[in-house]
Ligand binder design. Structure first.
Ligand SMILES: [Zn+2]
Ligand SMILES: [Zn+2]
Length: 287
């Protein structure tokens, strides 16, 4: 099991490793820049050095990048589209320098233009990025979304289509966010619901594309299309879905990242809750 959390980089990227270590994370997720600003100062050589030293000394196996909130690689507004592409390219190149292989991003919003056009523009954005960014090994993980407003990515078919239209399908994976998927209308409340949802995922996209999970319970209701995360086991999804994922051998090597509320004070509790859902036979490696 590769379990971890989204952690803060405040005070420098290396501090994320420290926070991850304190929480006994096997994997962490970070922002490489302020998620609410377009402009970012690149980290200094000293910070890059501190990060790589801290990571080398840490048992953390995977550091995943999350794209900034402003990004809309499907935008019909030329200025936003251009800024989104430019900043994403910078992130890909920084990830490459840092030795990070995954950048998670939402699919953006079509803003009234329609899903077909939005998905095509998104796929074109990635083709350009894969062609121009000096980041040959960096993969984009498309994140399943809740489907708020005109956001794309709330059906597995959207992700399938973006990958399918790309000239570089091998550069894509998927990040499965439990809260988003549930709010979008894929049920996960019982074991049978989970079986059905992962079958749909497998038929639509393929489980081989699933490279990361965001484990979040939902404050929002089933089919609400509202994206509000809740502590593990305390939301509308409930503990059974998390027990299913944690004990499924297909996901044994897949990073599982929490993005639950109050990360400074509650990450420890949420990670403990998840560890408590791992069945003894899974821990001991038996059936
Ligand atoms: Zn997420
Ligand atoms: Zn969310």
């Amino acid at each position: 099991m590769i379990l971890g959390a989204h952690v803060s980089v405040s005070g420098g990227l290396h501090n994320a490793i420290k926070s991850g270590d304190e929480l006994h994370c096997d994997a962490i997720q970070i922002f490489l820049r302020n998620p609410n600003q377009w402009k970012a100062k690149p980290p200094t050589a000293a910070i890059l050095e501190k990060f790589s030293t801290a990571w080398t000394e840490s048992p953390i196996a995977e550091v995943i990048v999350h794209d900034i909130h402003l990004s809309n690689l499907a935008s019909p507004k030329p200025e936003v589209l251009e800024k989104s592409r430019a900043q994403f390219r910078e992130q890909m190149e920084l990830a490459h320098v840092l030795g990070l292989r995954y950048i998670v991003t939402h699919l953006g919003a079509h803003l009234g233009e329609g899903e077909t056009i939005g998905l095509k523009r998104l796929s074109d954005s990635f083709d350009g990025l894969f062609e121009n960014a000096e980041a040959p090994d960096v993969m984009v993980l498309l994140e399943t979304t809740a489907g708020q407003g005109t956001n794309l990515g709330y059906r597995f078919e959207h992700l399938r289509d973006v990958i399918g239209m790309s000239k570089y399908p091998h550069r894509f994976g998927v990040c499965f966010d439990t809260c988003h998927v549930f709010a979008a209308g894929y049920d996960m409340r019982t074991e049978a619901d989970c079986e059905t949802t992962f079958d749909q995922f497998d038929h639509g996209i393929g489980l081989d594309r699933l490279k990361a999970f965001h484990l979040n319970d939902a404050k929002s209701a089933y089919q609400s299309c509202v994206d509000r995360h809740e502590h593990i086991g305390e939301g509308a999804i409930g503990a059974a879905a998390f027990a299913f994922i944690l004990n499924d051998a297909r996901f044994a090597e897949t990073p599982l990242i929490i993005e639950t509320p109050q990360m400074k004070t509650m990450h420890k509790t949420n990670l403990e809750t998840l560890r408590g859902l791992v069945a003894f036979d899974t821990l001991s490696g038996g059936d």
